[in-house]
Design a protein around this ligand. Structure first.
Ligand code: COA
Length: 390
């Protein structure tokens, strides 16, 4: 039988052209539609970057004002969804709640059956606007509080923190979250984006594709890593325990969360922007322990990995975002949903590109092959035996 080449994890396999973003793993470069993400961070809002991702160019001032208004108007979620949240077990995993909410939201979208690009883009804007509301409402409800209605006068980042805590955050805090949302919004064909594109390639609707992406993002090796980074920091707890933690983890063949990446062979450029923000927020509350622990873990984890494997390992986006979100007072198991509140912008842009891109080569239904290594089903083998004869 002909031997098949297996590309485990699809590494190195190019499956489509995209104009949305580019990751150059060798030099740690991340580009959103022709702009370096590091140049955008701190200078543009999440709304502005979302416009860029969806509509392919940066907005004018008027376009941005209109777009912000649209997002603000679409933030409210249906009462039926709130009823679902209230009826859900309070210990449900937030990413499961978010994924279920996507399917429920679909049922209330007037464009669900409109298969045009405009219809899909309208669905995208609604979902992008509502994700933050769902995550915040769930956190309130599971803690036996009433959800706080969105405030249309606030930015997307500020409104999210407001809906979580009931307090309008100051500019520094909301600005840092805004930068986090910008940095997490898009990252080419990562696992969840690929999941969204794969579903979109079947011509399923925007909600079906995004629901799949949420499931993919929840995994520990993908978006779920930021929550695990914080759990790891909490487990370590003090500077004198970092050495033991690193040694024990690597000895047992475990992974240090927040280190390593499928594409970057250098530090993730986003980590270099997130780290100083974590430090600044730690200093602001006069408790830099979580930042200090992260720095020590980075240094010692990198050194121990090099000693063990003979090669370098680098920090990824989740490494410093963990302590940063913790300093913002966000619950640890909400870190991955916060990632989704941002990444949904990228997912939606990819679904639109997958289904409506005019540039060649056109995308096709994804259908990879597998190498069957089970029992051979020739005419004389694996003969079916009815159940009463087994
Ligand atoms: C992200 C990740 C899945 C990339 O995986 P990958 O491309 O298959 O990993 P690599 O090829 O770089 O590394 C392969 C080897 O390094 C080890 N390795 C990779 N990341 C490691 C980490 N963070 N800590 C310890 N060992 C690690 C693997 O266990 C593997 O060891 P083996 O050869 O003995 O089996 C992996 O680095 C990881 O699990 N990191 C922790 C989770 C995380 O932070 N995820 C968020 C990614 S943005």
């Amino acid at each position: 039988m002909e031997e098949k080449v297996i590309n485990t994890g699809l590494r190195g396999v190019t499956i489509a052209s995209t104009k949305i973003s580019d990751v150059d793993g060798a030099i740690g470069k991340l580009v959103y539609r022709g702009y370096l993400a590091k140049d955008l961070a701190g200078k543009v809002s999440f709304e502005e970057i979302t416009y860029l991702l969806l509509y392919e160019e940066l907005p004018s001032e008027t376009e941005l004002t209109d777009f912000k208004q649209r997002i603000a108007q679409e933030r409210t979620i249906p009462d039926e969804l709130v009823t679902f949240l209230e009826a859900s077990p309070k210990d449900a995993l937030p990413m499961d709640i978010l994924q279920a909410s996507v399917s429920i939201l679909a049922q209330y979208d007037p464009d669900l059956k409109d298969a045009s690009r405009d219809g899909s883009a309208r669905m995208a804007v609604r979902m992008i606007a509502k994700f933050a509301t769902i995550v915040a409402a769930w956190d309130r409800i599971r803690n036996h509080h009433k959800p706080i209605p969105p405030n249309p006068d606030l930015t997307h980042a500020a409104n999210f923190l407001y809906m979580l805590n009931g307090e309008v955050p100051d500019d520094e805090l909301s600005g840092y979250l805004d930068t986090c949302l910008v940095l997490h919004a898009e990252h080419s064909f990562n696992a969840s984006t690929f999941a969204a594109r794969e579903v979109a390639s079947t011509r399923a609707h925007m909600y079906a594709a995004v629901g799949a992406a949420v499931g993919s993002l929840s995994g520990a090796l993908h978006g779920g890593a930021n929550t695990r980074v914080m759990q790891m920091l909490l487990e370590i707890g003090s500077m004198d325990k970092v050495d033991d933690y690193v040694r024990d983890t690597l000895e047992k063949g475990g992974v240090i969360m927040g280190l390593g990446h499928a594409v970057y062979q250098t530090d993730d450029p986003r980590a270099h922007i997130l780290a100083p923000m974590s430090k600044a927020l730690g200093e602001r509350i006069e408790d830099t322990l979580w930042y200090d622990l992260s720095k020590a873990l980075e240094t010692k984890g990198k050194a121990a990995f090099k000693e063990k494997k003979g090669r370098d390992i680098y920090v990824n986006v989740d490494f410093f975002s963990a302590s940063l979100y913790y300093y913002m007072g966000i619950a640890v198991d909400l870190f991955t949903p916060v990632f989704a509140v941002s990444r949904i912008a990228g997912w939606c842009a990819h679904v639109l590109e997958e289904q409506f891109a005019e540039a060649a080569p056109k995308t096709a239904l994804y259908r990879p092959e597998s190498d069957y290594v089970g029992d051979y089903c020739g005419p004389d083998e694996c003969v079916f035996v009815p159940i009463d004869e087994r």
